[in-house]
Design a protein around this ligand. Structure first.
Ligand code: PLP
Length: 370
């Protein structure tokens, strides 16, 4: 069936709804003027609800990595110390981004597939009382493991350190409470649980985040992703041109279409719908003999990994689903590349029927091995 479009069930970018496609394909409109400023402000307001924060949200054109760069680069100065949790590909990336911003990194590692241990972070703070910040990935997309954000936030707070979270693959699909969990700076991306095309990097900043940003004017980390510049335009030019650069307005109209759908469904209902897809998939994986990679208490509502059968590379499974079923799932990354496969169910348009087909396809693959 060469003309049948591939069904995307990867951990982002995700398939988007018809309303989002329509917004993306509409005539280009400017990023200034009354109509735009009202629309943009409302969209920021909706994102604040999704982050669950009273802080500010900026929608920076770029990918999720830019949002991480913006958070770390704006709040910390070259040479300052940061503790970074690293238990997967994106934790390692976070270390790299911190180093790229000239920060001195203390790495707290956990095995890929296991969460960062709260005690290990506590020890790192005890050994590094001069650490200014803690940064971790919420949902480690490479392994599907969620880190204990709430508890880590308490530790950062206890040590008067800033807490920065990479919520690129979780925001909008996994329960999230930025202020309640003591998160000061948070980075996300449009192309995952937020259900829009790639291209936008939402960044949220709380009160303590601003204090860090304002405490030292000389960060020497560039201009475009400096959150202070974004705040300056919002406050000084907010009534006609609320951003320092030309905005990809179609992307923002598309994101808004997705956010409107999220609000219509209701955030708790959306999260519950995803969780049920995860449960359905986990049951199916066990049935076909490729059990979930993480235990049930580490269920991720938006992304599930299965373990490839002994002696079988997960790359073959990914390939089989693509060729025979036009289903696109992902292999593992790094050390888990050929050991696990990952199925994303973080798109608002993913259905129970899609999960059924994945399970059917995996069952067929298993049958062929006998
Ligand atoms: N952090 C996490 C947890 C991710 O899953 C990803 C992408 O998959 C990134 C960061 C990088 O995001 P982007 O590719 O949008 O820059």
């Amino acid at each position: 069936m060469p003309n049948k479009p591939e069904k995307l069930l990867i951990p982002g970018p995700v398939e988007v709804s018809q309303a989002v496609l329509q917004a993306m394909g509409s005539q280009v409109r400017p990023h200034y003027g009354d109509e735009w400023t009202a629309f943009y402000k409302e969209t920021q307001g909706i994102l604040k609800k999704v982050f669950n924060t009273e802080g500010e949200v900026y929608i920076i054109p770029g990918s999720g990595t830019l949002a991480i760069d913006a958070c770390l680069g704006s709040a910390l100065s070259t040479g300052e110390k940061i503790i970074v949790g690293a238990n997967g590909f994106f934790g390692d990336r976070l270390v790299w981004i911190a180093e790229g911003n000239g920060l001195q990194v203390v790495k707290v590692e956990a095995e890929w597939g296991k969460p960062i241990l709260v005690d290990d972070v506590e020890k790192a703070f005890a050994q590094n009382p001069d650490a200014k910040a803690l940064a971790v990935v919420h949902l480690e997309t490479s392994t599907t493991v969620q880190n204990p954000i709430e508890k880590l936030g308490q530790i950062a707070n206890k040590h008067s350190a800033l807490f920065m979270v990479d919520a690129v693959s979780s925001l909008g699909g996994v329960p999230f409470a930025m202020d309640e969990w003591g998160i000061d700076l948070c980075a996300s991306a449009s192309q995952k649980c937020l259900g829009a095309p790639p291209g936008l990097a939402p960044c949220a900043v709380g009160k303590k985040g601003w204090e860090a940003i304002d405490r030292n004017p000389k960060k020497a980390h560039g201009w475009y992703a400096d959150l202070k510049i974004w705040r300056k335009y919002q406050t000084e030019w907010g009534d006609w041109h609320p951003s320092p650069v030309t905005m990809p307005t179609n992307n923002i109209y598309a994101l808004r279409a997705s956010l409107d759908e999220l609000l219509k469904e209701g955030i708790p209902s959306r999260l519950e719908r995803y969780r049920k897809l995860a449960l359905q998939l986990r049951t199916g994986l066990r049935k076909v003999g490729m059990p979930p990679f993480t235990p049930d208490d580490q269920l991720s509502p938006v992304l599930t990994a299965g373990v490839a059968p002994e002696g079988v590379s997960s790359l073959r499974i990914v390939d089989y689903l693509q060729k025979e079923y036009r289903l696109k799932i992902s292999s593992g990354l790094g050390v888990l590349k050929e050991k696990i496969f990952r199925v994303g169910h973080m798109s608002p348009v993913t259905t129970e029927a899609d999960i059924d087909i994945v399970i059917e396809a995996l069952g067929k693959f298993q049958g062929l091995q006998k």
